[in-house]
Design a protein around this ligand. Structure first.
Ligand code: AMP
Length: 113
């Protein structure tokens, strides 16, 4: 299976990479909703949270810790930020390769994303 994010991971299409290791990549969102809008993406292709299995638990946890690290590097950890994972069409998911949105840098209404 493939996704636009797999193409970014394989460097077939460009992206602004904020962080990368063996398990995850983090990129700037192409259509940001706030001054800081970064997507934390597992290199393993998992379409939605509904497709995640027990063996993905560490990977999913790591995504949150990478978000925390980036928030700290960007200087927004203390002020606060929002982590969002949309699940399925009804949850607002448009790219079917799981990703965590890290959004910060403005006052966020509850309804964001
Ligand atoms: P979601 O609606 O949760 O699936 O979020 C998908 C996000 O991916 C949206 O915020 C898009 O702006 C973003 N996006 C789509 N294509 C790209 C791309 N090529 N590079 C960076 N971000 C992208």
């Amino acid at each position: 299976m493939d996704s636009i994010f797999m193409k970014i991971i394989r460097r077939e299409i460009p992206a602004t990479i904020e962080y990368e290791d063996d398990d995850v990549i983090a990129i700037k969102d192409i259509n940001p909703i706030a001054p800081i809008h970064i997507l934390i993406i597992p290199k393993k292709f998992i379409p939605t949270v509904n497709d995640a299995v027990e063996a993905d638990a560490l990977l999913l946890g790591k995504m949150v810790l990478v978000a925390k690290r980036i928030a700290s590097e960007k200087g927004v950890a203390e002020d606060g930020y929002r982590l969002i994972m949309n699940v399925g069409k009804g949850g607002g998911q448009t790219v079917f390769h799981i990703h965590l949105h890290l959004v910060a840098g403005k006052n966020l209404p509850f309804e964001t994303a």
